[in-house]
Design a protein around this ligand. Structure first.
Ligand code: NAD
Ligand code: UDP
Ligand code: UDP
Length: 353
């Protein structure tokens, strides 16, 4: 294909009038769960132009339906043309070089659910390493600020609880999760190396488990599983031992934290998550109580390397970004339930009205 090496100097377009009045923002992974909510929030500001690059592996154009055709919104596609100008791809993959002129990059592209990131682990690590390298090369060429959505998985199966950003983690480098957690660790390293070596403005968010409307219904994550199971009258599958803990952040709180981090002065890494900690048995019982009291809770086998506990220390997010989550689990679950009912076509039963 004809993708050429980009020029090394900042684009002259950056000094044009257009750039002085508008903020051009690239969101990689913008068709996904968190990305599409971020796009919604960014589009609310009339000074923002939003460009999404996504390969639709786990995301969907449906999540961006309301913006397609909007004059301040663009979905980019990589066009690799042969001699006869045939178009090969109609999606954008961050593992390929990307040439756009932007002021900010929110780099989210990466499957987040274990069943998807384990499906093609080599692709997952390419997305994390080559994808982040490309977005940093882009940021360097155009002088953009770049935010990486890293993950609490960089702490592995943590030996420190709750996890502060200063904790270096306890990660298996050769396990089935490594393409994701080690991939994100390298992505963080690349961010800091470009920052130190090339002066790129970087921001790193370490995201803890996030939930809300538009999560993939069958992506295997615990909150989406439990809600879908409760609505389908199937048993809630608690993976053994069920005493492992997680902390769940509602997606609007997450988006608020990401924007504050991008707009603020701190590079991070900064934990963004909800410190309310629940065992998976407690989560199942809460879903049962709120959504379907008749449902059974069943213990099933777990997967390897499952972290036993996880809870963010959000002192830094609080102090440096003035951020704290507002939506409690009990308030967020019904909002997600409403979205899942619509998508699954399951109305409330007479007894639940
Ligand atoms: P998601 O799977 O819904 O979204 C990821 C998006 O990236 C999808 O639209 C997918 O199609 C796209 N994508 C994947 N590989 C790509 C590639 N090579 N090129 C272009 N696009 C690609 O997941 P999400 O929950 O919205 O997660 C978004 C980001 O937040 C990810 O970087 C993830 O690692 C991080 N994160 C999420 C959570 C969480 O609980 N949801 C927790 C920690 C970190
Ligand atoms: N890159 C990109 N878009 C750009 C500029 C660079 O995708 O606008 C990619 C480029 O293809 C390279 C990577 O980013 O693979 C790193 O770029 P950098 O200039 O830092 O390194 P170099 O090209 O010198 O290896
Ligand atoms: N889990 C569960 N039942 C499910 C799916 C997951 O009990 O149907 C557990 C899983 O073992 C883990 C926790 O829920 O301890 C969170 O898993 P998830 O895949 O949602 O996120 P992550 O492991 O990345 O935190």
């Amino acid at each position: 294909h004809k993708a050429t090496k980009p020029p090394p100097t900042p684009s002259p377009l950056r000094n044009s009038k257009f750039f002085q009045s508008n903020m051009r923002i690239l969101v990689t992974g913008g068709a996904g769960f968190i990305g599409s909510h971020l796009v919604d929030r960014l589009m609310e500001n009339e000074k923002n132009e939003v460009i999404v690059a996504d390969n639709y592996f786990t995301g969907s154009k449906d999540n961006l339906r309301k913006w397609i055709g909007h004059p301040r919104f663009e979905l980019i596609r990589h066009v690799f043309a042969w001699e006869d100008n045939h178009i090969l791809y109609n999606f954008a993959d961050v593992t390929e070089p990307l040439l756009v002129e932007v002021d900010q990059i929110y780099h989210l592209a990466c499957p987040a659910s274990p069943i998807f990131y384990k499906h093609n682990p080599v692709k997952t690590i390419k997305t994390n390493v080559i994808g982040t390298l490309n977005m940093l090369g882009l940021a360097k060429r155009v002088g953009a600020r770049i935010l990486l959505t890293s993950t609490s998985e960089v702490y592995g199966d943590p030996l420190v609880h709750p996890q502060p950003e200063s904790y270096w983690g306890n990660v298996n480098p050769i396990g089935v999760r490594s393409c994701y957690d080690e991939g994100k660790r390298v992505a963080e390293t690349l961010m800091f190396d470009y920052h130190r070596q090339h002066g790129i403005e970087i921001r790193i968010a370490r995201i803890f488990n996030t939930y809300g409307p538009r999560m993939n219904i069958d992506d295997g994550r615990v909150v989406s599983n439990f809600i879908a199971q409760a609505l389908r009258d199937e048993p809630l599958t608690v993976q053994a031992p069920g005493t492992q803990t997680r902390s769940f952040c509602y997606v609007s709180d997450m988006v608020d934290g990401l924007i504050r981090l991008m707009e603020g002065e701190n590079t991070g890494p900064i934990n963004i998550g909800n410190p309310g900690e629940f065992t998976m048995i407690e989560l199942a019982e809460t879903v049962k109580e709120l959504i379907n009291p008749e449902i059974e809770i069943k213990m099933v086998e777990n997967t390897p390397d499952d972290p036993r506990q996880r809870k963010p220390d959000i002192t830094n997010a609080n102090k440096l970004l003035g951020w704290e989550p507002k939506i409690k689990l009990r308030d967020g679950l019904p909002l997600m339930e409403a979205d899942f009912r619509l998508r699954l076509g399951v109305a409330k039963k007479q007894s639940q009205l």
